[in-house]
Design a protein around this ligand. Structure first.
Ligand SMILES: Cc1ncc(COP(=O)(O)O)c(C=O)c1O
Length: 449
């Protein structure tokens, strides 16, 4: 099936027209890395090399690549219903997927708004938070609280509540005006090489009390955090931290939004991080793994009472459209077909439990890297790992990028963010492939100075 080109693609096509996202375009185009095909745990490059996928694409291909049931479902739906208007019309698959999704979301979160990406899911969740408080007669609850080192996509809402300086700098003149940030919880001095959740740092949740004290609870709509920060380097929540955030939000009627775009769909050995950590948010954002990455899709999943409050207020105001928000491709038929096939595959192969059962071996393999050159911290949970390297003097990120390149040369795809290597293989990974990931990475770490 897999057609590999006889000549590398890079030699056949002009590269200038495309502006690549979050990529060093100039450097990339001088030495392009092109993927031409994928199956299960592997990519194939345009010049025919097999690459073991240590990152599930970009944290999304949890069931492995090009799985037949998903491929067939998308193809069949493309031939049956290519598109249905998203506004004032519906189609069966979107209702079915919404219902199916709520079978695995935490109890009480059972109303689903579809988007096309994580960024849109986040903006949707923020809008729902505002609409909810307005519906309950508290329109002044408009502030959002995010967290340093949080990543919530690239919409103006997402970068405003997000805590990555480089993503905000160029746009700082026009971010959302009423946003505060909690400090991040990454604490190498106290928590380096912790196994599982770090012990120290629950007290950092008290910073939310400080914000409440300073701004007044009556001005705060929602707190948004990733239960485990993924994009800034796999930062696990300290024991007790999320519980404390939940308690403070409850005390002050502030909504708690968990951005589970990365942690959803089994990554941490449970359907969602909310279940893994035993803390239930009011709104949960998802994307990526919802369709196994095969068709773009995201969603905001909300507690029923939040949904109902918005519905009821609109009814009292005379009826009609309850929430003036949506996308042309909300609940696109192909995405819904992919989503239904994906959720069925996760269930049939019990992939979330599989991630949980591999956690011990995975974590042992991660922590066996201790002592390798420049490794200053190791973090693991479910099937995710963060391997933090000591940065080179004056050249942050350069060392990890060299490791990324060395791994790619050796047939392994990893992801790097600054000087942190993030691993998140598809949940179908075999034990032997875990060994391969870590032996390749060890060799690369030994080689890169
Ligand atoms: C936690 C989180 N939120 C939001 C997003 C944005 O998702 P997208 O790139 O689909 O817009 C990401 C992407 O990695 C993410 O990790």
């Amino acid at each position: 099936m897999t057609e590999i080109l006889t000549e590398p693609l890079a030699e056949q096509v002009a590269l200038d027209a495309l502006w690549m996202p979050f990529t060093a375009n100039r450097a990339f185009k001088q030495a392009p890395r092109l993927l031409a095909a994928a199956k299960d745990m592997h990519y194939t490059t345009d010049d025919g090399r097999r690459i073991l996928d240590g990152t599930a694409g970009l944290w999304c291909v949890n069931a492995g690549h090009c799985r037949e049931p998903i491929v067939h479902a998308i193809a069949a739906e493309a031939g049956r219903l290519d598109y249905a208007p998203a506004f004032q019309m519906g189609h069966p698959l979107q209702f079915r997927l919404a219902e199916r999704l709520t079978e695995i979301t935490p109890a009480g979160l059972d109303r689903v708004f579809f988007t096309n990406s994580g960024s849109e899911a986040v903006d949707t969740a923020l809008k729902i938070a505002l609409a909810y408080h307005r519906a309950r007669g508290e329109p002044d609850r408009a502030r959002f609280v995010g967290r340093a080192r949080g990543y919530h996509g690239v919409g103006f809402g997402g970068i405003s509540v997000g805590g990555i300086e480089t993503n905000r700098r160029a746009f700082a003149a026009q971010l959302l005006p009423q946003v505060d940030h909690l400090p991040h919880t990454h604490d190498l001095a106290r928590n380096a090489f912790s196994r599982g959740q770090p012990t120290h740092g629950a007290e950092l949740a008290e910073e939310l009390e400080r914000v409440v004290h300073e701004r007044g609870a009556e001005t705060i709509a929602a707190v948004i955090v990733e239960p485990m920060a993924g994009s800034t380097g796999v930062l696990l929540p300290p024991a007790g931290y999320l519980e404390r955030l939940r308690a403070i939000c409850d005390q002050h009627d502030i909504l708690l939004i968990f951005d589970e775009v990365i942690t959803g769909f089994g990554r941490l050995g449970a359907p969602f991080a909310a279940q893994r950590f035993g803390v239930t948010p009011d709104v949960l954002t998802v994307a990526k793994g919802i369709t196994n990455g095969a068709v773009p899709m995201g969603a905001a999943v909300v507690k029923r009472e939040i949904h109902d409050a918005i519905m009821d207020a609109a009814q009292q105001a005379g009826g009609g459209i309850e929430l003036f928000h949506g996308y042309t491709y909300s609940g696109h038929p192909l995405a819904c077909a992919a989503g239904l096939a994906t959720l069925e595959l996760y269930e049939r192969e019990d992939l979330f439990a599989r991630a949980a059962s591999l956690e011990g071996a995975w974590s042992d393999a991660v922590h066996a890297l201790r002592g390798l050159p420049h490794v200053i911290d190791l973090r693991a949970m479910g099937l995710v790992a963060g391997i933090e390297l000591d940065p080179r003097d004056g050249k942050p990120g350069a060392r990890a990028f060299d490791v990324f390149m060395e791994c790619f040369r050796r047939g392994l795809l990893i992801r790097v963010t600054g000087d942190i290597i993030a691993l998140s293989p598809p949940l179908i990974v075999e034990r032997g492939q875990i060994d391969e990931i870590f032996s390749t990475l060890s060799d690369a770490l030994e080689k890169v100075s």
